[in-house]
Every structure is written in C-alpha cells, then in structure tokens.
Design a protein around this ligand. Structure first.
Ligand SMILES: Nc1ncnc2c1ncn2[C@@H]1O[C@H](COP(=O)(O)OP(=O)(O)OP(=O)(O)O)[C@@H](O)[C@H]1O
Ligand SMILES: [Mg+2]
Length: 258
C-alpha cells in the first residue's frame, strides 16, 4: 500500500480547471519529484496534501486516513508527521535563527530546552550552517534563509517532508547541499520526500521517481530514466536539457565548507 494515495483530485479557480482528476501514489521512504510547467498546479497539489487548499473532488489518503474529510482538530497530529518547506520559504523576521528553527518544537511543547538546542544545532549542521543560532534572518543571504527554512522543516523529523522549490535562487554549491540533505534524510531516517522543482539536473539525479503534471493530470510517473525516455512532445522541453548530461547520485561532489 502506498503511504499517500491521491485519487481523482479536481480543483478549479475562477472557472479554470487546474487539477482535473489527478491520481498519484507516493511510497514510504521514496524521493519523488513533481515537475510541470508554471501554473500547472504543483503548489496547489502540495497545499492540498497538507490541508491548506480543499479539492473540489477527489481523495487523498495518508497512511489510510482520508485527509479531505478531517476537522482542524484531527489535522493536528497529522501535521506533525508532514513537514513543509513553502515556495515563499519565509522566516519570522522578528525571531532569531534558533527561534525560527525551534518554532515547531516549541509549539508541540514536548521537547526539553536541552533537547531542543541539540535538535536545532543538528538541523543547522544538516544544512551546512552550524552555529548561526543567534543571528537574525535579515543578516543572512537569501540562500542562507532558504536553508534555515529547510532546517526548520526537518527539525521536527517528520515522516514526510514536502519541498516547494527548495533550490530556487540557490547557487550550484548550495543546490548540491540541499540535494545531499534530501538524500541523507531518506537514507538515515527513511523520510519520504515530495519535491516540486524546475531544476531538471537535481530532479534526475536525486529522485527515485519523477511525476510529470500536464493538463491537470499526472501524464507520466516512473524512475528518472523512464521519464526521460518518454518521447512525448509535452515533456520534451522539460527533459531536453537534463538529457545532455545525466550525473548519477553518486557523482554529486561533497560540498566545500562555508
Ligand atoms: N488560492 C488561489 N486562488 C485562486 N487561484 C489560485 C490559487 N492558488 C493557485 N491558483 C491558480 O492555480 C494555478 C496553479 O497554481 P500553482 O501555484 O499550483 O502553480 P505551479 O505549478 O506551482 O506554478 P510555479 O511553477 O510557477 O510555481 C495558477 O493559475 C494559479 O493562479
Ligand atoms: Mg508553485
């Protein structure tokens, strides 16, 4: 059984059908990347999985639980199991990096101060930003802020992490860092990752499977080589660039220190 089972998802905004009967299975412990043109509904799909947008029709089951019918109260334990890095990636400007990363743990109210310090330090180390706890977000570059937002998403050690454009605006070294972090979360903790990105190099080097959204549906889903070999014109411009050079995940170089 899939960890997340999406069936017949439909959503229209102002008479425009964005999702039109979308089906997708997401397996426990996999890195799955969702690709598709701008406006194809990728962010909408991610927001539906965490209950921020309700579908017009269709079903999303997480571990057998029907998410589209949950009350706000019933969402609380589910949200702890699913972390999300938003496309906007915003940090709270009035809080330190420490307070930002610890935010979810504080809300949850179950972790001791010492344990929280340890978890935050570990999450910042995982994004290659150790020791910046006392800084303010505005003192950081855009790329560093993005990685702090990523540290906040992973500090909770959720079962699933959803990333909307985790590498947008990052330089190639930081793209590599984020790619390695996603793989290490899978390999060390068995975390399931759902990624939306326009970065085809990242997509084809880190994904266990790739799903291509087109005209409101998943047009193709499968391992990277299968998706690349699919010669439908709708996907061709997406993969054309990535086809030229296809590094394997083992060929990702280790990032230099900051
Ligand atoms: N809350 C909303 N109200 C009205 N329309 C919306 C809303 N959210 C999304 N849309 C519309 O739904 C469509 C899909 O948006 P979405 O943000 O999912 O695209 P996307 O695939 O993530 O694009 P990008 O790659 O540019 O991030 C767009 O036309 C968008 O304007
Ligand atoms: Mg989007």
């Amino acid at each position: 059984m899939a960890l997340i089972e999406i069936r017949g998802l439909k959503k229209a905004f102002d008479g425009v059908q964005v999702l039109d009967g979308l089906d997708l299975d997401i397996h426990e412990g996999e890195v799955i990347t969702i690709i598709g043109s701008s406006g194809s509904g990728k962010s909408v799909l991610l927001k539906m999985i965490i209950g921020l947008i309700a579908p017009d029709e269709g079903s999303i089951k997480f571990d057998g639980i029907e998410l589209t019918e949950l009350t706000e109260r019933e969402w609380v334990p589910i949200r702890r199991r699913i972390g999300m890095l938003f496309q906007e990636g915003a940090l709270f400007d009035s809080m330190t990096v420490y307070e930002n990363v610890a935010y979810g743990l504080v809300e949850q109210g179950k972790t001791s101060e010492a344990e929280m310090r340890r978890r935050v330090a570990e999450a910042l180390t995982a994004v290659s930003l150790p020791g910046i706890e006392e800084r303010q977000p505005k003192q950081l570059s855009g790329g560093m802020q993005k990685r702090v937002a990523l540290a906040r998403a992973v500090a909770m050690e959720p079962q699933v992490v959803i990333y909307d454009e985790p590498t947008e605006g990052l330089d190639p070294i930081n793209v590599t860092r984020v790619d390695r972090l996603i793989l290490s979360l899978r390999d060390r903790l068995g975390i399931t990752s759902i990624i939306v990105t326009h970065n085809m190099r990242s997509t084809f080097r880190i994904s266990d499977r790739v799903a291509f959204i087109h005209e409101g549906k998943v047009a193709i889903v499968g391992p990277p080589d299968e998706v690349q070999a699919w010669d439908d014109p709708s996907i061709e411009h997406f993969v054309a660039r990535a086809k030229m050079k296809l590094p394997s995940e083992k060929s990702i170089p280790p990032p230099p220190a900051d």
